[in-house]
Design a protein around this ligand. Structure first.
Ligand SMILES: [Zn+2]
Ligand SMILES: [Zn+2]
Length: 183
């Protein structure tokens, strides 16, 4: 069985979110083996929208920093980002590059530090789920529910439903029991 590990890349002042990332990674039995600071490439910045193009940004970082097929690269960036067709995204995953990103500014809306941290944990889990092949899930409370707003993020749990857990297992990911939705 392949054993995956996680490399954390940060952009901007991400404070102490590292702890949240570690917690989320633990859910999926991923060790955080290294952390690096990077800077955002200017060619991913849309000066009209004043936002980064999420997929271009993540692709750039993944191609620069991802070193092996067992490595899952997670970018946590304190920049606002979007993809074509959406005003913004909380995060994005590029499974073919083994990479995911979470963008912090909009997760701060209407949140104290505790809520902000819970949102980060959920979004990291969600995007890592995509990296391992999960699609959006309709099971109430499952962390793979699609989130259109911070209220959607708050409404879901930081746990996978049983169906998502099974699919993760098929991809070689063992989910910690604490991160499985209880019925
Ligand atoms: Zn998603
Ligand atoms: Zn699910």
């Amino acid at each position: 069985m392949v054993s995956y590990y996680l490399k954390l890349i940060t952009i901007g002042d991400v404070g102490d979110v590292v702890e949240e990332v570690k917690e989320a990674a633990k859910c999926m039995n991923l060790n955080v083996v290294s952390m690096l600071r990077a800077s955002a490439p200017s060619n991913a910045f849309d000066s009209v929208r004043q936002q980064y193009l999420a997929d271009r940004l993540l692709e750039h970082i993944a191609r620069l920093y991802r070193e092996s097929l067992n490595e899952v690269l997670l970018l946590v960036a304190d920049v606002d980002a979007y993809v074509h067709g959406l005003n913004f995204v909380f995060g994005i995953a590029l499974p073919y590059l083994g990479a995911a990103a979470v963008f912090l500014p909009r997760l701060r809306y209407f949140a104290d530090q505790d809520r902000f941290r819970r949102r980060i944990r959920k979004e990291v889990l969600h995007e890592l789920g995509h990296v391992f092949g999960l699609e959006h899930c309709m099971t109430p409370g499952c962390v793979m529910n699609f989130s259109n707003s911070v209220f959607d993020v708050d409404a879901k749990m930081d746990a996978f439903c049983h169906r998502c857990v099974k699919m993760l297992q098929r991809s070689g990911v063992k989910v910690d029991v604490r991160c499985i939705l209880s019925l």
